[in-house]
Design a protein around this ligand. Sequence first.
Ligand SMILES: *Cc1c(COP(=O)(O)O)cnc(C)c1O
Length: 452
Amino acid sequence: MDKAHGSLTRRQFVNTMTIGPLATVSFYGTSVYGKAGKKATILALKGGQPVRTRPWPSWPIWDKNHDEELVIEVLRSGVWSRNKIVEEFESQYANLIGAKRCIGTTNGTNALLTALHCLDVGIGDEVLVTPYTFVATIQVIFLSGALPIMVDPDPETFQINPDKMEEKISEDTKAILPVHILGLPAHMDRINTIAGKHNLAVVEDACQAWLAEWKGKKCGTLGDLGCFSFQNSKNLPCGEGGAIVGNDDKLMDRCYSYHDFGRGYGDIGQVEGTGFRIMGNKCRMAEYQAAILLAQMKRLEQQTQTRNENAEYLTSRIKDIPGIIPCRLYEGVTRAAYHLYPFRYKKEYFNNISRGRFIAALRAEGIPCSSGYNRVNKNAFFENALRSKNFRKAYPAKKLDRCRQLNSCPDGDQLCDEAVWLFHSLLLGTKRDMDDIADAIEKIYENRESLA
Ligand SMILES: *Cc1c(COP(=O)(O)O)cnc(C)c1O
């Protein structure tokens, strides 16, 4: 969890979002990249005035006057375990996402684990997944006893590349776990076509994609089951929390039962409370989690709108800066969530200044940013899982070797080397805030010689 943002831990990264007001005010105006006569300036990293000195919106947002009432009511009721408030949340969230049903969970990781288990993914199976994701996406595949098979992402979109999927399918492939990474939708038409052709289940990791849409339908409703996270840093936060959404009643009954110790529920046990029917886990959402979410949900639509408008404007401002490549959205994307705003940095255009130095320069200009994921698939857990007693008992050596050998994704590595991320709360400000970001990048570009 802590290594989610490369060299910074998630907590440190979130903390850098709020920059206190500084004593000096910068008058670095709107830049005209490429036009002659631009005044030479000194980069903040070299002791010059930063482009940005005002603070950025902090995260999470909490309205003292409106958001606390229900939480206090829950606290004073003494009913803290799953009950009416969770049910209310589930009903509202299903409605918001356009799914028939929703089950609240402890967190996104357990939502994914429940979904995989209830779609019968387990020992002997392979699951296709992108390495350009948060570690939880890969861990849940191992936890379910299956082997994660890495499929390179498309560097232009940052999403799992459908062109590279079929070559990794074997007779043991059971499911695809597409991630709408950074809150930008994966190519769900092509993923579903491949899944249909090979009879694979599709679990969407929509843990960064609240209200994102593919052709007018919300992410999380495009596969068999969709999973969400409401962790503190997420666009819809409650500290820790998650949800599974789906339209298939039998499957959702199974998920419900599994998330409640395997207790009979709906199709699983006919009547509620008839005992423990299936192998189960315990990952129920608590009442206070739901109470926080019900308050946070009220602003999600407006915030999503603002993030999209600002992202679009920011892209228009930076797309012509040499060496800065904004992320491309697929044509089927009708809305993004922008949990993060990514672009790629090509150092060849910046006097070969390393990305690390570029990021330091951008931060010095008052723009919080990060280098993003760091070859998650090459972290020690992957090899350790393959070498574990359980996996060596469950799989022939050649199956483990196949998983190991396919864990090579040059396009994913390239993204890890080139990405620059802006955290979603930066997109909650004004157009002028976006101008500050673009101005800072332009300023670094124009003064790149001074960083050599
Ligand atoms: C946050 C996240 C998860 C895990 O969610 P938690 O609520 O932290 O357990 C899984 N996948 C992705 C892509 C995430 O961003």
